[in-house]
Design a protein around this ligand. Structure first.
Ligand code: CP3
Length: 344
């Protein structure tokens, strides 16, 4: 039977007259209904581990805007927690974790096979969503890519330059690589369970790929993503994979083949014209409107949205932002972006 869902058609390589659209962090603090459900859950992690409420916040932007895809509501840092790291969120600051800086720290973690004890509520959320989503809406599962997850596990928090992870890589490469390996294996099993529960597409978020230089980019961004993609394709040959090595710049060219991904997601550091010439010939691309337009709106939003749609109109394209929408965004600007994409 011909594939009907627009996101799956684009991921299969079809050029559509109107690109399908969804938005990173589409369930989040810019929406009053999200804030209400989060308050009901108590805190962010309780929301992630409550399947009914996590499904509810995933559905909120679908009800409000009719996006073509829903992304599972969870976080990339749940996997470290499932591996035994302590994880908590400091309001107004972000995540905090116990740190991994030595062989002893690494040995104290659980084996990848233990992650499902912690992560089973996430699979339950996926099951609820695959029952409740509208027939035309694609369900996207996700995980963090090993390098990005490792940067948080090593530093114990977000860092502007990923300095502690770069330092461990330089000073104790064996521990660094063993940590990446553990995350890689855990990620394969985590995404595989999401697919078994009903995720139709999976996305790998490598938010800090851009800080890897030279061979490090190949070894620690491209190769782990390729290994995860190959393992998932062996188990679930029909499930498309989106890779998002944020900040890759000109290294975005050639990544479809190097990773084996069905789609490369672009941040706003590359122009849509450049991507049309250098990335899209290899397959579907996703992106890449600056998320600040969701704050500022107006004619600039309309002009930039049209520009991206036009530039990428000769090949498979999924419209999205270049990074997650921010809490200060105006929900009306999201509607304006969608109307511009769909209405021309
Ligand atoms: O995209 C989606 O809507 C799906 C859910 C999702 C969340 N985080 C929910 C979330 C996804 C895909 C993520 C990915 C994620 N989480 C990444 C990779 C993408 C990126 O943004 O670069 C990273 C690095 C994280 C780690 C993380 N989680 C940070 C650094 C923070 C704090 C930042 C902040 O905005 O406060 C989070 C918290 C988080 N994850 C929130 C949401 C909706 C905000 C939590 C809240 O409600 O207070």
């Amino acid at each position: 039977m011909a594939q009907q869902k627009t996101i799956l058609r684009a991921l299969a390589g079809e050029t559509l007259p109107t690109p399908p659209i969804w938005m990173m962090r589409q369930a989040g603090r810019y929406l009053p209904e999200y804030k209400a459900t989060r308050a009901q859950a108590g805190d962010f992690l309780s929301l992630c581990y409550n399947p009914d409420l996590a499904a509810e916040v995933t559905l909120q932007p679908i009800r409000r805007y009719g996006f073509d895809a829903a992304i599972l509501f969870a976080d990339i840092l749940l996997l470290p927690q499932a591996l035994g790291a302590d994880l908590w969120f400091v309001t107004g600051e972000g995540p905090r974790l116990s740190t991994i800086t030595s062989a002893d720290d690494l040995c104290a973690l659980k084996p990848a096979s233990a992650i499902h004890d912690t992560l089973s509520p996430i699979y339950e959320t996926v099951k609820i969503l695959s029952r409740e989503l509208p027939a035309e809406t694609t369900l996207i599962g996700f995980a963090g890519a090993p390098w990005t997850v490792a940067t948080y596990m090593i530093a114990g928090q977000g860092t502007p330059d990923q300095g502690p992870a770069h330092a461990l890589k330089a000073e104790n490469r064996a521990v660094f690589e063993a940590l990446l390996d553990l995350i890689t294996i855990g990620t394969i099993d985590y995404l595989s369970e999401q697919i078994k529960a009903g995720a139709e597409v999976v996305k790998l978020f490598d938010s800090w790929a851009g800080s890897l230089q030279g061979d490090d980019f190949t070894n620690y961004a491209v190769k782990p993503a390729a290994r995860i993609t190959a393992a998932l394709k062996a188990r679930h040959p029909d499930t498309p994979v989106i890779a998002f090595p944020r900040g890759a710049g000109e290294r975005y060219a050639g990544l479809h083949a190097a990773i084996g991904a069905d789609c490369i997601a672009l941040d706003d550091g590359v122009s849509a014209d450049w991507a049309a010439a250098n990335v899209q010939p290899d397959g579907c691309v996703q992106g890449n409107l600056k998320s600040s337009h969701m704050v500022t709106g107006g004619d600039d939003l309309i002009r930039e949205t049209r520009h991206i749609v036009d530039a990428l109109s000769n090949g498979p394209h999924i419209f999205n932002l270049g990074h997650g929408i921010t809490p200060d965004a105006d929900p009306e600007n999201v509607q304006l972006m969608i109307d511009t994409v769909r209405g021309g």
